[in-house]
Design a protein around this ligand. Structure first.
Ligand code: NCD
Length: 304
């Protein structure tokens, strides 16, 4: 059984195949119809979500699959103390694929270890969020054509941001990539991901203020403080990690701002109307990307 637990399980060719499949499904939505007819997809969300759950559900429904699930763990037996493994052992007999979001790092791997049907990690604590990364790459690929030579600034909470972790790992598969890290001193990218980047030849820079990263970047990947994942819940993000239209005044016309969303205040609303804002379009790519993922896991011969 194939799972999508961490981005590191994919090779460059797998990622490229998924991006191409997503582009085809976006351009020819009628090709999605009935492809997964008769399949059942189960969404198990132990943590809040808007985009990830709804875009997975939309993707599944548009492929002709049916969807069941929960988004409020308080209403499940987890609340009575049931282990994740036991919940999965039962859930796998109810559906053909499980999409799981859970607050503990490593939970998706634990689920995959006991599941006889594909498991998709929709975010496990501060660890990884591989489907988000595929949609981040999709946005970059559509804007720029190639991921080789891409220059990405990663801004904000890179310590706890699982989307940043998976993105760094994915970018190590491409050539001549440059990363510029812009983080508060206590929220730096964990050593493990820094090592993946360096070992694969990614050039890593850092900047004190996001403004200084703009001329060195094709994409600025903004993130919010993951306040639910660490003690200092009242951490205040400094201006150096925030963007507004004024900071972007002299940016290159081809620069694009990405954000996994939800945004809090790290991107001022006056950026939305500028040509740099690509985050809502990025989020819209979530449906075709997730269609491509479901398709690849449930109709294996289409993976190639
Ligand atoms: C992200 C997540 O859940 O990690 N959201 C998402 O899925 N688009 C980012 C975040 O919550 O900050």
């Amino acid at each position: 059984v194939k799972h999508l637990v961490e981005i590191g399980s994919l090779k460059r060719a797998d990622i490229e195949a998924l991006l191409l499949a997503a582009k085809t499904l976006e351009d020819y939505p009628q090709r999605a119809r009935e492809r997964l007819a008769g399949k059942l997809v189960l969404t198990m969300f132990f943590e809040p979500s808007t985009r990830t759950r709804l875009s997975f559900e939309s993707a599944a429904l548009r492929l002709g699959a049916r969807v069941l699930g929960f988004s409020d763990p308080a209403s499940t037996s987890t609340n009575k103390g049931e282990s994740l493994e036991d919940t999965v052992r039962m859930a796998m007999s109810y559906a053909d694929l499980l999409i799981i979001r859970h607050p503990e790092a490593g939970s998706a791997q634990r689920a995959a270890a006991v599941s006889k049907v594909p498991v998709v990690n929709a975010g496990d604590g501060s660890n990884e969020h591989p489907s988000q990364t595929l949609l981040d790459l999709f946005a970059m690929y559509k804007h720029r054509g190639s991921l080789d030579g891409v220059r990405v600034a990663l801004v904000g909470d890179l310590a706890h941001g699982r989307t940043a972790h998976s993105l760094v790992r994915a970018l190590t598969l491409f050539t001549d990539v440059e990363l510029t890290l812009v983080t508060p001193p206590t929220l730096e990218l964990p050593e493990k991901y820094m090592q993946y980047a360096l070992d694969s030849g990614v050039k890593v820079h850092s900047c004190i203020d996001v403004q200084d990263a703009l001329p060195k970047s094709d994409f600025v990947y903004m993130t919010r403080i993951q306040k639910e994942r660490f003690k200092s819940a009242d951490f205040v993000l400094g201006d150096a990690y925030r963007l507004d239209a004024k900071k972007l005044a002299s940016a290159s016309p081809s620069l694009r701002i990405l954000h996994p969303l939800p945004r809090i205040d790290e991107i001022a609303e006056d950026v939305d109307a500028t040509p740099f804002a690509a985050y809502f379009e990025q989020a819209a790519g979530g449906v075709p990307i997730r269609q491509a993922i479901l398709n690849a896991l449930l109709v294996p011969m289409l993976v190639g």
